[in-house]
Each structure stands twice: as C-alpha cells, then as structure tokens.
Write a protein that binds this ligand. Structure first.
Ligand code: SF4
Ligand code: SF4
Length: 459
C-alpha cells in the first residue's frame, strides 16, 4: 500500500530508540503509528541522525497513521460477551464480579436471552459486511449455571453467530462437551495450578472444596478438539509454578493457553497481585519452556495473550482487539451484556454501576449504549493523552490496560493500571524474538493469512 498524500504534507514523524535488551539489535519506533525497525545497536544514533530510514518511512507514515487511527477510533462492535447468569458455583479470590451477585444473583430467562440475541443479531447485521458473522461468547459468572438457556440460544442462533463459552470447567460434563463440540463452539476453561494445592489457593467452591480434578477431567474430555483453551490467572499464589503449568498444558495437548496477569479491578484481586519483576521473570520462564517443548515435540502450545502482542507488533491491524491497544476493545470491538439485560463496555465493568450503558431491549438499545457517557468514558481513554504513557515508545503495543482496573485502582481513566513494567518487558521480549527470527514459533500457524506488508525496508 502506498500513501495517498504527498510526502511532506503531514507532520514529520518522530522516531525514538528503544533498548530491547538484545546483544546486537535495538529498536527504532514511531510511538504514534506503531512503525518500528530493528537496527544494529551501535548504529542507532547514526540512523536517527541520518536521513535514509526517516525518508523511506516518511513515504508511508501517513498510511500507517491512518490505519492505526481507524483501528483505534473508527471501529464498530463485531462481538458480544453474554452473561446469562449472575451466579457462579465457585468463589475465586480475584473475581471482578461482586460476591452477592455470584452467590445469590439471578439467571437470565431463556426468553430474555433469545430476545437479546435477536436484537443483537439485527444490530450486527445492520453494521457488518454481508457474510461475516459476529462473535457471541458466553462468559462469567459461570454460564453453565444457566445451561438450558445457553444451549437453547446456541441452537436458535447457530446461523447468526460464531459462539464461544468461557467456563470454570466444573460443569463441563460429557453431555455439555458433546453438545458444544458438535456445534463447533470454542471453549475456554480456567485452571490456576499444576496441582490441587496451587489451584485451591485462588479457585475453590463456596464451601472451600477443591475443583482442580474436575477441571482436569474436563480437559481430558476436550483433548483432540480443535477449538479450546485454558486461562491461568497469574497471582502471588501460582507464579513459581507457571513453568510447571505450561508443562501440564502441553502434556494434555491444550492448543492455546493464556497466562494473564491478575486484573486488579476489585480489592480481592489486589490481595494476590504479584510485583512486576516476579511476574516478568515467571512469565518469560514459562514462555521459554513452551518454546523448548515445541522444539522437542513439534507441537505448539500458543500463549495467546503473548501471541497477540507479537501480532500487534508484526501486523498492528491483525491483532485480536482486546486489552493491548488504547482505547481497548471494550465498547468498540465488543460489548458485554449482563444477566439483568444491561450493556457494559466489557464484562470487567459489570460490578461498576456507573459504566452501565442501559438496557439492550430498551428503545435506544445498543446505539444508545455506545453513545452513552458510560461508554464514552471508556472508549475515550487515550493512551496518547496521559502520563507516563504519552511519553512511552511502546504505547501502541501495550495499550496501558485496563480502564476498569485503572479507574478502580488508581482513581481514574487518565492513568495506568497495574503491571506497567511487565507490559514494557513483554514488548522488549517480543522484539527480541523477532530479532532472532523466532516469532513464528510463538504464533498460530497461518496467523498472517490475509495480512499485507505496508512497508519493509529490508526487501
Ligand atoms: S502502561 Fe507503561 S508500558 Fe504501557 S504504555 Fe503506559 S507507560 Fe508504556
Ligand atoms: S483492557 Fe479491561 S476493559 Fe479493556 S478489554 Fe481488557 S479487560 Fe476489558
């Protein structure tokens, strides 16, 4: 693709250097556009002072800027997170939903769920290109607590949505697995430890019973299915065991996992928040181990949250829009529907009433929610506009997640949430892998189908 405007009619790009901790290479980036180049670290000053890279990039800077701006500020939603119940059979320590709701909240009736999906289908049809289907992910609390309604909805709207289900795994019996896999529903589970003692530290039933073995049994049922994943939430309780965790996942043929730093939105989560240094060391050790396992076995265990950062660097507009861009996917790439029929930018906000965008089935519906103050306060959060992110070279790759966390932890949208140093190191690690030609080992096969190279000076 080439720039459509003559060079020189736009502000001269500002290029910054970044020490990525590589023995040979450093990065040069334009923090405004997600453009980057790797250069010999002994030539960084010369490259920045010289004109070759700058002149070549200037021809493409406006196209880069335009693409990134469209991704960040011109999106319409193409997915929904559906919370068909407020209840959960577990009491995880870091849950973002209020305890009262999880313990004794209500279910959405099957009729309400069907009516909601009908309204959502009509909305998505009105804005999405013909032939493309929106995603609908059943999500926490525990959607299988309202299994009959969920399964009725999946059958009623099989032609209209690509369905997924995120579950704690304890209710995924043979019948549920047969139903969901026969309909190609993607399934996500959660497991926090390689042994019961570690999992039990954060994820137990209300009566403190272990669920570790039940989740392992669900994983056994899913072995061989193409579309499933497991989330590990990284906390003070399980960080020393992350490497053992990925070994367990690989041995059980999990295709994709997520090693998510605990989201510190509510106080329970902050009580198990690891410090950035410990998080960084444990996360990289686990990533290194996935690579060894891949080299030894020829079978990948993709760590999806890291793969998404790699893709954000390699092909910024091909990333799956969740947390790693600012504004994040909340209220832009997707919306969340709570069990009482209200729309929120993301499920992470469901415990925070001020971010309620109104009833889906009310007159204004989804359009009213998208333009509500509640949504605008989230979708307007701009990493270019607050300190220290506005000065950070990697802000388009980190995205300063998460607005819900930032709001609750640090008192507003105009600041960082938790784990700034970890996110920074994660980007450095990704750039080192790219410098060493190893990035593809950490990505799904075919991740770049349909992507386009805008600018490649090496070729
Ligand atoms: S949170 Fe930290 S690493 Fe992320 S953009 Fe802001 S300053 Fe950069
Ligand atoms: S950053 Fe927070 S609000 Fe945004 S998509 Fe991620 S979890 Fe949701």
């Amino acid at each position: 693709m080439s720039a459509s405007s003559p060079a020189g009619t736009f502000p001269d790009p500002t290029l910054a250097s970044l020490d990525i901790g590589h023995p040979v290479y450093a990065a040069i980036l334009d923090p405004d556009t997600a453009f980057w180049a790797l250069v010999d670290k002994t030539r960084v000053a010369d490259t920045l002072a010289g004109s070759m890279l700058r002149d070549a990039y200037r021809q493409h800077a406006e196209a880069c800027r335009r693409e990134l701006h469209a991704l960040r500020f011109e999106l319409k939603p193409s997915g929904v997170y559906l919370n068909p119940t407020e209840r959960c059979n577990l009491n995880c320590r870091y849950c973002y939903l209020p305890e009262m709701q999880r313990r004794s909240g209500g279910h959405m009736s099957a009729d309400e769920l069907l009516a909601s999906l009908s309204r959502l289908r009509d909305y998505f049809r009105s804005i999405m290109p013909e032939g493309s289907k929106p995603r609908a992910i059943f999500h926490g609390a525990e959607p299988l607590m309202n299994r009959d309604a969920v399964f009725a909805a999946i059958d009623a709207f099989a032609d209209d949505f690509i369905f997924g289900l995120q579950s704690n795994g304890t209710l995924l019996d043979d019948g549920a697995v047969s139903f969901l896999t026969a309909r190609n529903v993607s399934i996500g589970l959660s497991l926090d430890g390689p042994s019961a003692g570690i999992t039990d530290a954060t994820r137990r039933t209300w009566s403190s019973r272990s669920v570790h073995d039940r989740v392992l049994a669900a994983m056994d049922r899913l072995r061989g299915y193409g579309s499933w994943s497991v989330i590990t939430t990284c906390t003070t309780e399980n960080l020393p065991y992350l490497t053992a965790m990925v070994e367990l996942f690989h041995a059980r043929e999990v295709p994709t996992c997520m090693l998510n730093a605990v989201r510190c939105t509510l106080p329970g989560a902050r009580a198990v928040r690891p410090d950035d240094g410990a998080m960084t060391r444990a996360f990289f050790a686990a990533l290194d181990r996935t690579h060894e396992l891949y080299r030894d076995s020829g079978r990948k265990l993709v760590v999806a949250n890291f793969a998404n950062i790699l893709i954000a660097i390699l092909a910024p507009t091909a990333r799956r829009l969740m947390c790693d861009i600012s504004p994040c996917g909340a209220g832009r790439a997707f919306v969340a529907l709570s069990a009482d029929g209200n729309l929120y930018p993301c499920s992470e906000f469901i415990g925070l009433p001020r971010f309620n965008g109104g009833q889906l089935l009310a007159d204004g519906g989804i359009d009213a929610a998208l333009t509500s103050d509640a949504f605008r306060s989230v979708t307007g959060r701009n990493v270019d506009a607050f300190s220290p992110c506005d000065e950070c070279a990697i802000r388009q790759f980190c995205g300063s997640p998460c607005p819900a966390e930032a709001h609750e932890l640090n008192g507003g949208m105009g600041g960082t949430g938790a784990f700034c140093t970890f996110y920074r190191e994660q980007v450095n690690y990704a750039l080192r892998l790219i410098a060493d030609g190893k990035a593809n080992d950490y990505l799904w096969s075919g991740w770049d189908d349909g992507t386009e190279t805008l600018f490649d000076l090496a070729h």
